[in-house]
Design a protein around this ligand. Sequence first.
Ligand code: C2E
Ligand code: MG
Ligand code: MG
Length: 644
Amino acid sequence: MGNIYFDICSIPLFLIILFVCYSRRMTKGNANHLFISLALISLITAVADLCIEIPQGTLPMSEASYVFCTISTYIYLIMRNATNVVLLLFLLHLTQTSFLIRNKVVKVLFSLPYSIIIILLILNPFFHNVFVVSAETGYSRGPLMLLLYIFALFYGITGFVYSIFCRRYLPLRKWLSLLSIYVLAYAAVFIQFFRPKALLEMFFTAVGEMLVMLAVMRPEERMDSEVAMLSWASYQWDLNNILRSHEHVQIIVIQLMNARETRNYLGDQKYNEYLSKIADGIRSVRWKHPHRAELYLERPGTIYLITESDDTLTEEEVNHLLVSVSEDVRKEVGMGVRSETRICLIRCPEDLNNAEDIVSLGHKFPKIENREKTVVMAGDVVTSKYLTVEMHAEGILDRAMRENRIEMYYQPIYDVRSGRFRSAEALVRIIDLEYGLISPGVFIPAAEAQGLIIPLGDVISEQVFRFVSEHDIDALGLDYIEMNLSVAQCMDTTLPEKFRRLQEKYGVDPGKINLEITETIYGNISGVMLDNINELVRMGYTFALDDYGTGYSSIQRINRLPLKLIKIDKTVLDEITTENGRTILESTMRMMQKTGKQLVVEGAETEEVVEALKEMGCDYIQGFYFSKPLPTGEFIRFIEDKNR
Ligand code: C2E
Ligand code: MG
Ligand code: MG
């Protein structure tokens, strides 16, 4: 009898692995399934190994022990060889390269050795050429056992060589632990070859699997465990591996447009339940290759589904899927939630073959012009200029900053009382060599995402100060230039210092610059902002509140800040045609004027609107009716002409 203590020790180790998998909810997703199978099969192998050894302790064996030992040997050989196969499959899944064995010929080649092993074992009771168990002498190998070893080696060596080759698909720590499974297994086989009674094999396997569980199967890294979907980081990682391996897949991006509101409405816990239900609904669709339908979640509410490329659904099928998912969920959550969904289907690499573009399209596709459409086929839109610019906003901004392609345009502002243009708003533009004129609506969010908003703000203020110093504002009839400040700039503790330096450098009187801050910053006005604003006012700058009517202004907040101007957003103007809208606008104006603040209305496009605004007693009007924002030279000519 061999040394069974190692086998005995391996059993609790496999049980711990299985327990940990369940308790850490590592039960969903393909890699988890395969890993659990691996641990389970290994456990059965270890138990079978033990069941072969124990009856051999007393020779000759009784009839019952003999049967028990023989059956255990069959189970052991079937399971032991299966671990090699499952381990290789696990490796392929972990590296996102399982498509390599999808080809029919490869599939046959892959399963052939194991099939032969099974056939040999089926024939063994008749020919006794793989192994024999005799009641007198116990277990002994037959001549064909060597063949079994050779076939087993096929999976072992393939797996080992492949895992070495897979270095680029895995972080070092994970790669080393995967290799360790093979190294430990070979070490055990080697030792057992010389000391057949050592029986180290299953113990070493358990140690290897334990290492993999600790270093590779880290659900906190891979999973968003609250909802049993893979995490956003895993999506990016897997996407890169897919592209690197040139696999053909389809990515379905499902954006829950009102995710934030739904979460606020349901609360975190219920919201997670709601997401899990949606995930279950998607999983329940009859995918042709269900093993590949992996779900990833980017919080708060974008779900990514990666499927085989021939699992392509028609637009109709996708719509159907959505309706059923959202309706079922609504019923189950039992609350008045209605998910507003937008879907994008990306064939990869046909539509896009670059991870950055795919991620970017997943974020931005709902912005494309045709907002009515629920389902967007990436192939139809990737060539649209709007989307291309949106998708490459970050690169465009980066290039513009490096090549000094940031330019300020100026939009004249009309003073109703004097009938002249008394000020102008500086509005930033990028002049891109490839895409032409690009508006801030596109690249300001990109600047925020890249942490470039402060450097961009610095370029803007530099240009505005230079403009004011280079042109005789007074002579043009302009009182001041309005400059937009982003929230990030307002939070920059060095802002007053920067302005002081610019003032000195360009010899500009602060009274010639009016700073626009947006209403939304009131939502999170902090000490730094207030200090900055007060300091800048002390230095002589004035402030305007931009986009009034779109954010969270309250009388108290407006009162607390030293504002000279209030700029009413153009969305408010859209209501001017209705009786109510007009009344609201009129009373807002009266209220502001009574508190000593001047009023600018933005977005006046027609004569009628301008006349109506004049009648209501508006102080300043800004809009395309007078002029669009103009490049410096044109702006100067415009003002010289009109203010003559
Ligand atoms: P904003 O500060 O409210 O600027 C007014 C926007 O309304 C400008 O868009 C202007 O072109 C547009 N506009 C003016 N009159 C009309 C009109 O009659 N009809 C229509 N449809 N639009 C009109 P723009 O230049 O695209 O800027 C958009 C936003 O980007 C700005 O809104 C501002 O929040 C931001 N932004 C622009 N330049 C800067 C800047 O230099 N710094 C910062 N931080 N933000 C800027
Ligand atoms: Mg503005
Ligand atoms: Mg505005």
